[in-house]
Design a protein around this ligand. Structure first.
Ligand SMILES: Nc1nc2c(ncn2[C@@H]2O[C@H](COP(=O)(O)OP(=O)(O)OP(=O)(O)O)[C@@H](O)[C@H]2O)c(=O)[nH]1
Ligand SMILES: [Mg+2]
Length: 650
């Protein structure tokens, strides 16, 4: 994996971390910038005090006069020169927006001139000038506003964009090299760890008769050796002229050859970009460290350590005991409620005994709780009355059933008789008459049974109403009992929370949230170190990484798992998470079955209606046939007798 890829992945991870992290996202733009830089050309920053010839120097590098040059502070905006097929101008606003500008706007955008674009210029972070210049294919050049121009925003612009550079040239003006202010600014550049070359410009102004140029350079070299390993004297102005006009001699005097060599060696240096990117990354870590250090201080770990220590010694033992007791009482109350709820009938009421049992169950609570005494009294009367009504009714049913049994037997007897009469060829009239009498008597008896049956049924209805009211009394009393325990449970919670609050809020409940912040910070740091654990010694040996590790260690000492702080948060969560059990008040709907209380009632019998007229008709028909047959027999016999007597001639 190439270092570019490795660093890219790391930066992305870091970016995500910063985005999700609650403590800081301040350096997010820096990470973004670095991600962009990673894929850009090597970048050379041309810095120096105002008027030292920076823009002229860049023009000489480009061999064309592209940038504004002036005797008064000219460059007002950091100008980034990159390669492009066509000359194009972009402006990057401080808020991150990017805009395209016409190339004609370059002078008024980049230099300190009053005009229409002044307001826009003040909003810009930097501008990018794309040029089809071959040098820019390999190198990006940044022209910066002079650092002591008197315009404070020039310095700001330069400082905020320093991290874009991989290497820097510090341009001194021949006539004032290494003033106090200048050395201060050079030091600032070096804080960014950017390799910097010292260039003394405008050596054309040197008077060889006064001092050898080489001696002058050597002198300054020694003076500035703490800052630069190389100090080169050049004349940018002469070099530019020479290049534009093809003047070899002038080019020689401008000493520009040294610059060309230096630029080539920078272009060909294959480790420069990597070194520079890692340095920037380490710088970024150092900024992150500063940020996190500040955050760590706001967490006031020592303060909370003391609070927790006090809590653990003074309040914790009491609260823990109270907590355990409350849990125990809660369980008892819940069991009671559970028991009561189980008593709510959920299946058909099976027997009178059941009602009595339920009454006794409720009554058993009378001592412990506020069972309504009026309920007990009324319910007892109700039960007594119900039981006597039930007895009476059952007695009537038995009597009715007994009568029913007799009637049924009678019915069977009459039916047999009827069949018998029907089967007879010659039923006696007296028998038929007798049958009619018996049937009449039977029907008379049955008429009384119908009214008995109705009476029993209406009594049954009454009893059912009674049963419902008893059941409802019981249920509502049970509900009251459940409510009573429910209230007890609620007051238990009140008591518990009040006691808890009085103990914990003395130390301030908000502390817990603050301690949770320490926890979050601790976990975030843990994640961060894991992200930074890349197998690159560049990072792990960097002091900024070590410093980050130190912050982690500091927090770890206070907030590791099972430390008093982390235990405090856990206890807090345990104590405050006893849940209120919600008890529903609805009772199951109960079917009331009567059959189990009462004797079975026989259905009343139908009246008998045998048609006896038929029997009489049958008897008449048979009599007529017999009489007819006898008459005919006599006639025929008489007739035959007459014939015989005539034949015999008697
Ligand atoms: N004699 C001489 N004059 C130079 C040289 N280089 C630049 N100058 C002049 O110095 C003045 C300032 O040059 P610039 O290139 O604008 O200087 P700068 O550092 O970009 O200035 P700011 O953008 O204002 O910070 C101009 O008048 C240039 O002509 C040089 O090598 N010799
Ligand atoms: Mg300039």
């Amino acid at each position: 994996m190439s270092w570019v890829h490795t660093l890219q992945t790391e930066l992305e991870k870091l970016y995500d971390w910063l985005e999700n992290n609650t403590h800081t996202d301040k350096i997010l733009p820096e990470v973004e910038q670095l991600k962009e830089n990673l894929h850009e050309n090597k970048t050379i920053l041309i810095a120096g005090e105002f008027n030292s010839g920076k823009s002229t120097f860049i023009n000489a590098l480009l061999q064309e006069e592209k940038l504004s040059v002036d005797i008064v502070p000219a460059t007002a905006v950091l100008t980034k020169l990159t390669y492009g097929e066509h000359t194009t101008l972009y402006g990057y606003y401080k808020n991150g927006a990017k805009a395209h500008f016409s190339i004609e706007d370059l002078p008024s955008l980049s230099s300190e001139k009053q005009g229409d674009l002044t307001t826009i210029r003040n909003q810009l972070s930097y501008i990018e000038l794309q040029l089809p210049n071959p040098l820019l294919k390999n190198l990006t050049i940044i022209d910066s506003p002079g650092l002591n121009s008197g315009h404070e925003h020039h310095e700001m612009v330069t400082k905020t964009n320093l991290n874009q550079a991989d290497v820097a040239f510090w341009l001194f003006h021949y006539q004032h090299t290494g003033t106090e202010q200048e050395t201060h600014n050079i030091k600032m550049l070096q804080e960014y760890n950017i390799p910097t070359y010292g260039i003394i410009n405008a050596i054309d102004l040197h008077n060889e008769e006064e001092e050898e140029l080489e001696d002058f350079i050597d002198f300054n070299m020694r003076r500035l050796q703490s800052f630069f390993t190389h100090v080169i004297g050049v004349s940018a102005k002469e070099a530019l002229d020479a290049k534009i006009n093809g003047d070899e001699e002038l080019l020689y005097y401008s000493n520009w050859e040294r610059i060309d060599t230096l630029i080539n060696s920078i272009i060909n240096d294959h480790t420069l970009k990597k070194e520079s990117m890692y340095k920037k990354y380490i710088n970024l870590l150092s900024h992150l460290y500063q940020e996190l250090l500040q955050q760590k201080d706001t967490l006031k770990t020592n303060y909370y350590e003391n609070i927790v220590e006090n809590f653990m010694l003074r309040d914790y033992p009491y609260i823990e005991e109270f907590y355990v007791n409350t849990l125990e009482r809660k369980k008892q109350l819940e069991n009671e409620v559970h028991g009561l709820r189980k008593q709510l009938p959920s299946s058909p009421i099976q027997s009178y005994d059941y009602l009595e049992e339920m009454y006794n169950f409720i009554a058993s609570y009378s001592r412990a709780t506020k069972v309504n005494l009026l309920y007990l009294e009324t319910q007892q009367k109700n039960l007594y009355l119900f039981s006597s009504l039930l007895k009476d009714l059952n007695k009537s049913i038995r009597k009715y059933n007994k009568q029913m049994l007799k009637n049924k037997e009678r019915k069977k007897y009459i039916e047999i008789k009827w069949n018998d009469l029907n089967n007879r060829k010659w039923p006696e009239k007296s028998d038929i008459k007798h049958f009619i009498d018996e049937q009449l008597q039977y029907n008379k008896k049955i008429g009384g049974q119908d009214s008995d049956y109705e009476r029993i049924n209406s009594k049954k209805k009454e009893l059912r109403k009674y049963l419902i009211s008893i059941r409802e009394n019981n249920n509502s009393q049970l509900q009251k009992l459940i409510q009573h325990y429910h209230n007890n449970l609620n007051s238990l919670y009140y008591e518990y929370y009040n006691t808890l609050a009085s103990h914990i809020s003395n130390n301030d409940i908000h502390n817990v949230n603050s301690i949770k912040n320490i926890e979050i910070f601790y976990e975030d740091l843990q994640k961060l170190l894991r992200i930074l654990e890349i197998p690159d010694t560049h990072i792990q040996q960097a002091s900024s990484y070590k410093k980050l590790e130190n912050i982690y260690q500091c927090i770890n000492n206070v907030y590791k798992p099972n430390s008093p702080l982390s235990s405090f948060v856990k206890y807090y969560e345990k104590y405050f998470n006893i849940q209120l059990t919600s008890l529903s008040n609805d009772s199951p709907i109960v079917e009331i079955s009567q059959t189990h209380f009462l004797e079975t009632i026989e259905e009343p019998l139908e009246k008998m209606d045998y048609q006896t007229d038929e029997l009489y008709n049958k008897k008449d028909r048979i009599e007529k046939i017999i009489i007819g047959s006898v008459v005919w027999f006599i006639i025929i016999s008489f007739w035959i007798l007459t014939i015989i007597m005539a034949l015999l001639d008697i």
